[in-house]
Design a protein around this ligand. Sequence first.
Ligand SMILES: Nc1ncnc2c1ncn2[C@@H]1O[C@H](COP(=O)(O)OP(=O)(O)OP(=O)(O)O)[C@@H](O)[C@H]1O
Ligand SMILES: [Mg+2]
Length: 253
Amino acid sequence: MEITTTDLGLAARVQHLKKTYGAGEGTVHALDDVSVGIRRGQFTAIMGPSGSGKSTLMHIMAGLDTPTEGRAWIGDTEITGLGDLDMTILRRRRVGFIFQAFNLVPTLTAMGNILLPFELDGRRPSAIEKARIDGLIDTLGLGSRLEHRPHELSGGQQQRVAIARALATAPDLVFADEPTGNLDSQTGREVLGLLAAASREHGQSIAMVTHDAIAASHADRVLFLGDGRIVADHPRKTAEEISAYMLAAEVAA
Ligand SMILES: Nc1ncnc2c1ncn2[C@@H]1O[C@H](COP(=O)(O)OP(=O)(O)OP(=O)(O)O)[C@@H](O)[C@H]1O
Ligand SMILES: [Mg+2]
């Protein structure tokens, strides 16, 4: 009998993933045989040096990019080889993504961007969803900026709009690539609180790339990437423990 992702309690999984760019001497192995699962209802932090493959891994896990080799699942659905339309629908219904570049639609207001996932799904938010969106807008301090377009917003405000958009539908699975990168420490803490609450209170599965040991200390689990491989997989650690680990890894490299 085949073991399924559900049996393993995993919201997403990749197996023997490789991603290679270019050929010959200039070949880059962005991912080099990565096998890992994102556990259901957990908040997972992904850390590692610049260029270690964190964004590449998240993009492939979210079905936004395809691997050179290996397989990927969201829940029980294998996404490698899934057609574009099926992939788009699966992603729209199940996955929220906060990108490193926020990917806001420039012609839509902040509110229009937040409501985009509903618009694309051809429906309006329910009363519960409306209340959730209001709560997100409030927590993220976006109330006075809803009618502004992205170019009229600061980088941190744009990032917060992208976060509200990714969480508005309460997707099963949220991928966040440095979601606190452009935020002041107060707003950053609010965002981490939102992500932690999403997993703890609403059972959502969160995978967050971060360079910040304090941000990673909010997670249930910390994965470390190095040169396209998973080099460590730790249960929750304090910020001091994470910093010490990163320092030791740098010294060893
Ligand atoms: N389109 C591409 N063409 C060629 N090389 C690429 C491409 N995209 C990524 N890479 C390379 O793949 C490797 C992994 O990139 P990736 O963006 O996943 O790193 P990262 O860990 O997210 O880094 P950062 O912390 O700087 O965001 C890097 O060496 C990068 O230069
Ligand atoms: Mg990156």
